[in-house]
Design a protein around this ligand. Structure first.
Ligand SMILES: Nc1ncnc2c1ncn2[C@@H]1O[C@H](COP(=O)(O)OP(=O)(O)OP(=O)(O)O)[C@@H](O)[C@H]1O
Ligand SMILES: [Mg+2]
Length: 379
């Protein structure tokens, strides 16, 4: 039974309420099985397929809730070990506190280096924590204490570190080696490392010269099968007294190659423009897409603003192609009126670095399907 708590049941976000979460049963089972067997997992897939959602979904399963303390940090916006340590400290303290765990009382006794970050909430009078990088004097020491604390918990701890590849770009040297050393010493704490930069993640976990070599089981994630997503979408429309033609779900799914975020975003918009008691039909797809593009337009404009002329040219050329096998070939350069292969390669590398362009089995493409459409519409 689906409750009607939400104005729109197609949720866009990392944490999706259980009843509105589509499938991933097998992936959930696999992930939990690894955890149960004390293995660390590297969860690797292209962006927007549902890695973060899957982690939160696993954390919400009874077996995990009952037997583990779970913590989740997202390194996306971090650029130093200090920030990582601050995030982890905040997350552990706040999450144990919100679960009213007795174990939290030992936090400041064991993580002594964070005593300065402790304060009293003026509203509730309760102890609270709000760590910034200023509170982290020696990140190595604090991290060491945090791991010791986790290991001393009365239940095993499960720590998910999302966008893990980010540690490769940290200002400090040897963060990978340091983390690896601490993690290796943990016997009851398990880790999920999640990331979308396939090459970086693969290099971290599968290359013999790297600290994390063979320290986690690598798990991929594919698209949710069309038939499963279709049944899910139809069920959600029905639960809210609306209908949707299966053809619409199929068209949207095909158009965005089943990539969860884009499909879910389109369904969210299609749901919102379908009247109560009404039916969503294929002729509504173009206006749903237009609405989404106009919502995103200012963010696309600011992305463009940050790019060099060369990068913009490459981006437009790839958007026109959809998929570009090569960007530096004579034919491609001629077709798109580009110049100098060497500077094209530099521009392409920068776009890949910013994850604006991704390399797939079919060639280079713009990561954000909506952005690609918007770019085409501006040509
Ligand atoms: N199982 C699901 N059921 C319904 N919607 C989902 C599901 N998984 C993901 N989504 C939708 O797709 C979006 C993207 O998912 P999520 O953020 O988990 O992907 P991700 O792989 O972590 O992406 P990124 O690499 O960009 O961080 C979510 O915000 C949500 O709207
Ligand atoms: Mg994510």
């Amino acid at each position: 039974m689906i409750s009607r708590r939400y104005t729109n049941p197609f949720i866009l976000g990392k944490k999706i309420p259980e009843e509105l979460f589509c499938d991933r049963n097998e992936e959930t089972r696999t992930l939990i099985k690894q955890i149960r067997n004390g293995r660390n997992v590297a969860l690797v897939s292209p962006r927007r397929l549902g890695k973060s959602g899957l982690i939160h979904h696993c954390f919400a399963q009874e077996e995990i809730v009952d037997n583990y303390y779970t913590f989740y940090i997202d390194l996306y916006a971090t650029s130093s070990l200090k920030e990582l340590v601050a995030l982890l400290g905040n997350e552990i303290y706040r999450s144990l506190k919100s679960r009213q765990s007795k174990f939290v009382e030992k936090f400041f006794a064991m993580v002594q280096s964070l005593r300065l970050g402790f304060s009293i909430d003026s509203m509730t009078g309760n102890p609270t924590i709000d760590l910034g990088i200023g509170e982290i004097q020696v990140p190595e020491t604090t991290l060491f204490e945090i791991f010791q604390y986790l290991e001393a918990a009365d239940k095993p701890c499960l720590v998910a570190i999302d966008e893990f590849q980010q540690i490769g770009a940290y200002s400090e040297k040897n963060v990978e080696a340091l983390l690896r050393t601490y993690i290796q010493r943990c016997s009851t704490t398990s880790f999920i490392f999640s990331g979308s930069k396939r090459h970086v993640m693969s290099n971290m976990f599968n290359s013999p010269s790297k600290p994390f070599y063979q320290s986690a089981i690598t798990m991929g994630l594919s698209t949710i099968p069309l038939s499963t997503y279709e049944a899910f979408a139809i069920r959600l429309f029905k639960a809210y007294d609306k209908e949707i033609d299966s053809e619409v779900v199929q068209m949207v799914y095909d158009c965005f190659e089943g990539y969860t975020w884009f499909v879910q975003m389109m369904m969210n918009e299609l749901f919102s423009i379908t009247d109560k008691g009404g039916r969503c039909t294929a002729d509504m797809i173009p206006s749903a897409e237009r609405n989404i593009l106009s919502l995103q337009e200012s963010s696309y404009e600011s992305t463009m603003h940050m790019l060099s002329v060369k990068q913009k040219q490459v981006l437009h050329a790839i958007a026109t192609e959809g998929y570009a096998r090569t960007v530096t070939s004579g034919a491609f350069i001629k077709k798109h009126h580009l110049v100098s292969p060497s500077s094209l390669q530099t521009a392409l590398t920068a776009l890949i670095d910013k994850t604006i362009v991704v390399l797939t089995d079919k060639g280079y493409r713009i990561e954000d399907f909506f952005f690609a459409r918007w770019l085409r519409s501006t040509l």
